[in-house]
Design a protein around this ligand. Sequence first.
Ligand code: NAD
Length: 699
Amino acid sequence: MSDPTPYAVRDGIAVITMHNPPVNGLGHPLRVAITEGLRRAAADAAVKAVVIIGSAKAFSGGADISEFNTPKASTDPTLHQIIDMLDAMQKPVVAAIGGFAMGGGLELALGCHYRVAAPGTQLALPEVKLGILPGAGGTQRLPRAIGAEAALELMVSGNPVTPEKAPKGLVDEIVQGDLLELALKYAARIVAEKRPLRRLRDERATLAGDPAAFFKAARERVAKQSRGYPAPPKIVECVEAAVALPFDEGRKFERARFEELVVTSESKAMRHAFFGERAVEKIPDVPKDIPTVDVKSAAIVGAGTMGGGIAMAFANAGIPVRLLDAQQDALERGIGVIRRNYSATVEKGRLAQADMDRRMGLIQPTLSYGEIKDCDLVIEAVFEKMDLKREVFRRLDEVMKPDAILATNTSTLDVNEIAASTKRPESVVGLHFFSPANVMRLLEIVRGAKTSKSVLASAMKLARRLRKVGIVSGVCDGFIGNRMMEEYVRQAFFLVDEGAAPQDVDKALQDWGMAMGPFAMLDMAGQDIGWAVRKRRNEESKADPKARPYSGWIDRVCELGRFGQKAGAGVYKYEKGDRAPRPDPEIEKLIDDYRREIGVSPRGVPAGEIVERCIFALTNEGARILEEGIALRAVDIDMVYLTGYGFPVYRGGPMFYADTVGLDRVLAAVRGFAKGYHGECWRPAPLLEKLAAAGKTFN
Ligand code: NAD
């Protein structure tokens, strides 16, 4: 804490100002200061009421994350004890809330007798997003403040509400103007009117209708929505306790559920993901204060699928962007797609027409390099051909201003070779967006051999502005995400060779938690992309006896022109206007024929084996990527999968998941697979062997 929390008395009202920037996290020193303030106020006969306030930007963001997993987090006074003190106060305490009150911050406010808030303040109990529940009485006080139905909704979603939209009882008055002055006035009024102390613990949690029926329906609904996530069902139980039990018993019930949750691997995984988002921003050899380029304008070369999506990502962040293509018709098509995308969002009521117009206004089409030369950043997104990329970069090198960042969105080509076609390879970086680029949060930032630290740090800063998770990857074929994905789908194809139907593989992985099975995913992305990669690899591997083989049946699917959803057929078939994958007898026959030709008699493949083969293929390749230094840390790999590949957050990513299984067990499985079908693809990664032998983990 940079400053002690000030305590002052004004006209008989004590003011406790929480001061622990940036978010007033309720760390130990702040908890001590609040307790001290309450004690002084209670003991001073001249004090008639108390106001607890933070800064204009933050009442409190809840627990101090720097104390997470340290003994300080549970050192007295705890938040519980502070709220008990509030309950014991004989003078009214008013919470003056500006900015936001989240988690423990809102629980503190709920412990006060009255709450006033500035308009637009964000109020939330987001613990569910970390796999836990509000554990300082929040699950018992919130239903008493706003009723059981509304409380359940707020805590199960974890989403914020503003005082304007909040259910009655969360905030007593919305105050517009100087928050402290108005809170003082409010407190003075309470004193003058001799209003009773409103202790939520003494109130009843209301519920319209029959509690048994309500909670039965709530349990069923939440179970369906939160498949795999353990906290929401427990929140329902706690709200039920708030309705049925006296306050103190309800609180004990809440504590017990909290302690059950906090040790689950699911909640640990969710906290891993939460901290992971911050951890990946640190690049060990890049100083924090290195000068960076502030991107005020950007250009995209190539107005296709990716170029258009990337342009939208910039416009959504309020950054003007020029979209350049070689052909007028390609440019018009690109702009048309962007307009249709925005219009669809407007039609769904998720974007105002005025916002769409403003965003469209930020995207300027052009055919001329002369019009992009002054942009701070340019991202190349033309066809995936090295000669073409080199030509574009030679051109960019000629026209772009000296300190511009030159980025490529290539998925598979060598960023160093692209950089070498310029006289300024230090300005070149890979910015690997994922499709659809305006939606997907992952941005792989590919660090070339000569990429400067300043350019790298600038790219990281840009990722944040675009509201993406930027993750640094070294140069290799496929970078972090796609290189690992190749091993995952290789196994998916082999599993079908052996006897599983594509829909069995998809179902097993989806049931395990993946957002989508591999075959549905490949049909969505376009089977032609993988086909082109396999053809190239098969060519390259003629010279490499250690190259890992692919199954052949998927190439036959591609030879039929079945490139997936866009073609109306891929591994599955699709009805017009419907994206639901349907198993196709034609493909079943194709697979049967293939099995006969390669002499494999099909066997039943259990779901557990499907999951282990595919997920541990990710882990094993991830271990290689880590060892080669392509990824900085295991958490970077996990975050790639959580933000870009639909990996379930409650499993924490392929490396974290392996840690929870135990690396010795993972290694044993890998060694077992090495003795099975195409076992040559299963050489255990040396790092996996090393860590397993030492009883260590990746993370
Ligand atoms: P696309 O075929 O949809 O678009 C390419 C665009 O580049 C076309 O509009 C074309 O007219 C334009 N173009 C070609 N030559 C040009 C030139 N000399 N100057 C200006 N414009 C030119 O391709 P895409 O799917 O958007 O892929 C673009 C890049 O992004 C590729 O490198 C690809 O590997 C990469 N990428 C694609 C995906 C994906 O899922 N599609 C994901 C990540 C990265």
